[in-house]
Design a protein around this ligand. Structure first.
Ligand code: AG3
Length: 275
């Protein structure tokens, strides 16, 4: 019997994946968690029916959400990742030799545990001594820390249910206060094809708080429309004009310094969304 996973992306649009095997399925206190092995994308983490990350294309998202802010900051030492319980963002953050501490604040411990069990390629750096794990609410955590981080990364699920507050205008003010004077924040901000109003709102909310706000794009085949946006807010450094003369000190599969600059060049329809 063929087994297929269908992820509804809009009311009238869905993506389907043929499943080899269901590895784990659980109701956690926060969501319905599944890890399945698929023919096309390998193992996948699925939360409430939504594909979060896959073995085959996870590097695009995790490299871009980490290296764009960390290469913009001249000396990122203390990093906060909100969400991201799979550990992929932490893995990329810890590739930067300047990083002394990377804190993961994830609300659902079961996500961390099951990704440790079944997605080791992604969760492999959660045991690094520079990584500290805090299980709890990201909004409270950010509220309780002032002037502390060089970079804050919001590696959240879609802006519905539990993650809704992470897309709210008042949260960016709190993020601003939790950052040091030269701090930078970045958030995953959905598809401009499918959720243009989300892209627009986050951009304008961030612009109200941060002197520099930019949008950058990446191609992620398993996310709706395959074309994904990230919003970056910065207190001092312009993320789209970094020095690209120095070579990277570690390996990447998607990110390059040239691509860093290019990812901020937007198609006309996205520029129009941001106006
Ligand atoms: N978090 C962002 C996933 C958004 C995907 N949305 C969707 N498929 N509708 C990814 C977590 C990876 N660390």
């Amino acid at each position: 019997m063929d087994m297929w996973l269908k992820e509804g992306q809009l009311e009238d649009t869905a993506m389907t994946y043929k499943i080899k095997e269901t590895i784990c399925r659980k109701k956690t206190p926060y969501q319905d968690l599944a890890i399945v092995d698929t023919y096309a994308f390998g193992r996948m983490l699925i939360l409430d029916g939504i594909v979060q990350t896959t073995i085959k294309d996870e590097y695009v998202y995790h490299e871009m959400i980490s290296h764009i802010p960390l290469f913009t900051h001249p000396n990122p030492e203390k990093i906060l990742v909100v969400g991201g319980g799979d550990g992929g963002t932490i893995r990329e953050v810890l590739k930067h030799p300047s990083v002394k501490k990377a804190i993961l604040c994830e609300i659902d411990k079961v996500v961390i545990d099951e990704c440790r069990n079944h997605l080791k390629e992604i969760s492999c750096s959660l045991d690094d001594p520079r990584c500290e794990i805090f299980v709890g609410d990201g909004i409270n955590y950010v509220h309780e820390h002032k002037n502390e981080f060089d970079v804050i990364i919001i590696d959240s699920t879609d802006p519905f249910g539990a993650a809704e507050g992470l897309f709210g205008g008042s949260f960016y003010k709190e993020i601003y206060e939790a950052l040091k004077d030269e701090g930078i924040f970045v958030a995953q901000t959905e598809s401009p094809f499918f959720l243009p109003h989300v892209v627009k709102k986050v951009f304008s909310d961030s612009k109200n708080v941060f002197p520099i706000t930019k949008l950058f794009m990446a191609a992620i085949p398993t996310y709706p429309s395959g074309y994904w946006s990230f919003t970056i807010g910065s207190k001092k450094y312009n993320p789209s004009s970094i020095d690209i003369s120095e070579n990277l000190s570690f390996e990447t599969k998607y990110y390059t310094k040239e691509l860093h600059k290019a990812s901020f060049v937007l198609p006309r329809f996205i520029e129009d969304i941001l106006k």
